[in-house]
Design a protein around this ligand. Structure first.
Ligand code: MG
Length: 228
């Protein structure tokens, strides 16, 4: 028996830290590039600059604007933040690969007959590059990129309407408790939290003991039985 309930007809996936390791690859890579800018601006080593970013993120959370925080602390000019923002927006998307089981699991879920969707948040150009680089362009029935920092509710509703789906027939899979799992739950969807990455790690202590969502550590868990 699959972890997916019989009534499920469609699955909405998140991209970053759900289908590939974003925290350990692109996020870390951008932090190392940003460390070069910080080290020049505040006269410290790049190692110290990387540590400073990790400490601030550990304290303020993965959504915090670390460059503004550093600019404020060290009284740095505005072009410091602009340089960092340019670095992030022009980050080369390379050396990233899907989690080893992700593509085979997506193919199997498609073969079983689920409608599959990808809803991802972030800069449109960057998310498009990731989707292309990871070979996901044709893996889903529909792909939505949202730049709305308030979450994915509008995108989820759009899918329900366009594909004439009832929320209880949809499974929402992601690593962000607030922006994905709680949004899915609020709409009446089933949800599965991917236990991976900086967002999960920062918020995991907030998970209620009686949380109604399923926990997975890899996409192929969805195809396994409850006993696993
Ligand atoms: Mg994610």
């Amino acid at each position: 028996m699959s972890l997916i309930l019989d009534r499920i007809k469609a699955i909405i996936f998140d991209l970053d830290d759900t289908l590939y390791d974003c925290s350990g690859t692109l996020v870390l890579k951008s932090k190392k590039l940003i460390a070069k800018i910080i080290s020049k601006a505040i006269k410290c080593s790049e190692t110290e600059a990387l540590k400073l970013q990790l400490e601030l993120e550990g304290r303020l959370g993965p959504k915090a604007d670390i460059s503004h925080e550093i600019a404020k602390q060290y009284n740095l000019p505005e072009d410091f933040c602009e340089e960092i923002s340019d670095t992030i927006n022009t980050l080369e998307i390379d050396d990233v690969t899907l989690f080893p089981d992700a593509m085979a699991s997506i193919d199997e879920l498609k073969r079983i007959g689920y409608k599959l969707f990808l809803v991802t948040f972030g800069n449109r150009d960057i998310q498009e590059k990731k989707i292309k680089f990871l070979g996901l362009e044709r893996a889903f029935d529909k792909i939505i990129i949202t730049e709305n920092p308030l979450g994915k509710e509008k995108c989820f509703r759009e899918i329900l309407t366009e594909y004439d789906l009832e929320p209880e027939h949809v499974l929402c899979v992601g690593d962000k408790i607030k922006d994905e799992i709680e949004v899915g739950e609020k709409l009446g969807m089933h949800t599965a939290l991917m236990k991976h990455g900086r967002h999960y790690n920062f918020h995991k202590s907030e998970i209620a003991e009686d949380a109604s969502y399923t926990f997975i550590t890899k996409i192929s868990d969805l195809l396994k039985g409850d006993e696993n």
